[in-house]
Ligand binder design. Structure first.
Ligand code: ADP
Ligand code: MG
Length: 190
């Protein structure tokens, strides 16, 4: 009997590449993306972002800057131990997942992850490949590639119209440091 494996590779609606020269640039990119998604999220929308990259690539760092820009105050813990950390804003619930230690599909049901994904709000997932087959289709995939000189090459893929609009709205950040300097002049929520 012939066994046929069907591989479905979904095509991104839009892909853009960026360079984060340092963490300040990462923070600027996070602020720009937060700005692009904030209106829809605070109006009750749902967005799911997958963060891809090796250990130490900057997935948690990006998420911290992103959540700060959305208005999260206080400590933003890495969910690497608890798998998920929840942040509550007045008009937005945020679930930050790290599936690095996730290896039992039964936990998906038992821990209520299905319900968390079914609810509106923002979800971010580090190591989404460890929960492949369980996660819904993401709006954006962010791939962070550390370079030898500590900069990060970043590819962002949009798989939904919401993701496409947000990604298209990001300025062409040739020199992210300029944008970073400008965004740091805006009074922070913290
Ligand atoms: N350009 C950059 N963008 C993001 N993080 C950077 C950058 N350069 C250096 N870093 C550092 O790399 C580390 C990334 O760690 P972390 O965010 O915990 O990675 P991950 O969650 O992907 O395992 C942090 O210490 C951060 O300060
Ligand atoms: Mg992390």
């Amino acid at each position: 009997m012939t066994h046929v494996t069907i591989v479905t590779s979904l095509k991104a609606l839009l892909t853009r590449d960026f360079i984060w020269t340092d963490e300040v640039a990462c923070s600027a990119a996070a602020a720009q993306l937060a700005h692009a998604l904030s209106g829809g999220l605070h109006a009750g929308g749902s967005v799911f972002i997958e963060l891809h990259g090796t250990l130490g690539a900057g997935k948690t760092t990006f998420t911290r800057h992103f959540l700060r820009s959305l208005g999260v105050q206080g400590r933003i813990k890495s969910p690497s131990y608890a798998v998920v950390e929840q942040h509550d804003l007045p008009s937005l619930v945020i679930q930050h997942f790290d599936f690095y230690r996730f290896n039992d599909p039964q936990e998906w049901e038992d821990a209520g992850f299905r319900d968390l994904f079914a609810a509106p709000g923002l979800k971010l997932a580090e190591w989404p490949e460890k929960a492949a087959g369980l996660l819904p289709q993401a709006d954006l995939h962010i791939h962070i590639h550390p370079q030898d000189d500590d900069t990060r090459r970043v590819s962002v893929h949009a798989y939904s119209l919401v993701g496409q609009d947000a990604l298209a709205a990001l300025p062409t950040l040739q020199d992210l440091k300029t944008v970073a300097a400008a965004s740091l002049e805006v009074p922070s929520h913290g």
